[in-house]
Design a protein around this ligand. Sequence first.
Ligand SMILES: [Mg+2]
Length: 228
Amino acid sequence: MPYTTLLFDLDHTLIDGHASEAAAFDYTLTRAGAQDPSDYLAPYREINSELWAAVERGEITPNDLRSERFAQLIAATDLEADPDTMGDDYVHGMGANGDLYPGTIETLDALADIADLALVTNGIGDVQRARIARLGLDKYFDVIVISGEVGVAKPGPEIFDLTFEALGQPDKGTTLMIGDSLSSDMAGGIAYGIATCWYAAHSTGMTVVPVDHTITELDELLPIVSGA
Ligand SMILES: [Mg+2]
């Protein structure tokens, strides 16, 4: 069997992150008094992606961006609201919304029979814990590592060190990192010396990152992992 340990990303790999982000944003902006939340979506997306890039560079932690993204949105627009309240509302909305992609549970069920599974996610602890519990993901994963809880994030090696330690130091040669992000999941896995599988269902274009496998449906993992 080529792979006995699987490290999974969460957002946009198992969870439909776009749907939960849209619902959480709508909830947060409505409570902040916005007439039309969609007016604020473009500036928010730009601010948010800049801040997550800073997390990947190790300059800030996910906890830092919880309120900061809304402080920057308020500064850049006519919104008059409290950034901490908006940060809390968004965390609540993200935890309460979002579904797994179709077929995710069936695939995790089959994979958990033949491999050890870990969840390794760049995110805020409160958000991810609420979603993991609501979606019943706990039972499939031997180890769950959330960057907001441990203070280090993908693609850096420290979060992989923590994961390997929690898993009991599995063989790097039979470990596979699965995720949608080339900059955090794939680059992080390659730098750590493990195999990588890019989940490209929601991406456009080709990757220049040298991944080992590319899939567009999660159930394509089954033959890759079992070596069938
Ligand atoms: Mg992701």
